[in-house]
Design a protein around this ligand. Structure first.
Ligand code: HEC
Ligand code: HEC
Length: 183
């Protein structure tokens, strides 16, 4: 008798679970990932930052560099990787304030935590691509995926491979290297 009871209970639970899953499919659609993972870093939301710092490249997520890096970078915008990216003083102050508030050493995001874990105390990288964490994570990304690939401007062109980078997603689910077959 007990076995039948448990059998029925298990059956009812299973039915409920299937119903729940079906409802979720209806609500979110088939294209959505099964488990919603949080982004690696917070996507840049500040309209001023998005406008001012995305004319030559994507607006890089603040959470991939520490405060000291953003301060150094923002203090020499007239000599910005061979370009003049100067803005007026007021704009500069507002941009820096935004970057500081969301920098890797202030953010609770997993991606930021990982950057900080590997950062040498005496280093102030001016590039995300110069942080130990991102160097390490890309050690298996073959140079031929980047060099001579007309669809990738360089390692700094995150969005070319990370197609949801504008929303802060960098994990494997959202990577596609242009010109390569999907693996
Ligand atoms: C006039 C064009 C221009 C503007 C405007 C500009 N940048 Fe850049 N930025 C560049 C160039 C060029 C590079 C080097 C890209 C490369 O090496 O592929 C660069 C690189 C960077 C990098 C390093 C990327 C990496 O990890 O390799 C950061 C960080 C950066 N810029 C932040 C900013 C911020 C913050 C602003 C807004 C205040 C800004 N940029 C505005 C031209 C610009
Ligand atoms: C040529 C393509 C390409 C470019 C450009 C690129 N990445 Fe990646 N990235 C990858 C691949 C492929 C992996 C996975 C590597 C592996 O697992 O061995 C990866 C992994 C990562 C990861 C780890 C994700 C996780 O959840 O484990 C982060 C974070 C990341 N990239 C950030 C960046 C940032 C920031 C930039 C730009 C500054 C960038 N990537 C530029 C291809 C690229």
């Amino acid at each position: 008798m007990a076995r039948i009871k448990y059998g029925i209970a298990a059956f009812v639970i299973t039915l409920g679970w299937i119903g729940h899953a079906a409802a979720a499919e209806l609500e979110y659609g088939w294209a959505q990932p099964r488990f919603v993972v949080p982004p690696d870093v917070t996507a840049p939301s500040d309209p001023l930052y998005r406008r001012e710092c995305s004319t030559c490249h994507m607006a890089y997520p603040a959470g991939f560099l520490p405060t000291r890096s953003w301060r150094a970078l923002m203090s020499q915008l007239d000599q910005h990787f061979g370009e003049n990216a100067e803005v007026d003083r007021q704009t500069q102050a507002k941009l820096l304030s935004y970057l500081e508030q969301h920098a890797a050493d202030r953010s609770g995001d997993l991606g930021s935590h990982r950057v900080m874990q590997r950062l040498q105390a005496n280093s102030t990288p001016l590039r995300l691509t110069d942080t130990e964490y991102l160097r390490l994570r890309h050690r298996n990304v073959l140079p031929r995926f980047i060099d001579n690939n007309p669809q990738v401007k360089g390692f700094s062109d995150c969005g070319a491979c990370h197609f949801r980078s504008d929303q802060g997603y960098f994990n494997e689910q959202y990577i596609r290297i242009p010109g390569q077959r999907r693996h």
